[in-house]
Ligand binder design. Sequence first.
Ligand code: ZN
Length: 201
Amino acid sequence: MENTFKPSCMICTYGAPVLRKKSMRITAFDAALSELAHSMLERMYGAHGVGLAAPQIGELIQLVVIDLQQAGENELVFQDGRSLPISLVQPLYLVNPSYTPIQDLQVEYEEGCLSLPNVRGKVKRFFEIVCTYQDLEGNAHKLQCKDWLSCCIQHECDHLNGVLFIDHLSKAERNEQRELLKEIQAFGGQFDYATLTETEA
Ligand SMILES: [Zn+2]
């Protein structure tokens, strides 16, 4: 079927109830899932993001897309026991993802989120994880990764549980963002990144 629908860059933003709900496991690995995943990726690129979880476009299903793009080109990951450059596993489509830390070490990065425009905050996450997930055909995979990709997967998995990165901030840090959060809530629960010019995004 020809699809003439041009995806917008509409993203659910802070205040939208869907961002606080738990997502359901995906059981149907069909063309509709694949179409949705690809439109999510387009929307993510359009909004200049590096990761997007299905609840951020209003779908309460366990689906995540990630593409760090230029970041960590030389870094290696282990996918299903094979060592690969990070660029070869991206874009990543993660269906029903979950993760386990493989060491206690944590790192702190300043994070942002397409659902929280302009909000930034330092979040501590596990440096290295093994992520278990399925691809769009339903095949099971294991991805062992470090550093920013590891943090990004943890951020996106949080979305599937209704958790936002601001939930990890200290009370003082979150207070600092209070006015900005109110402004975002005034968007009414969604924001179209397509309305931004290149320089604003
Ligand atoms: Zn996010």
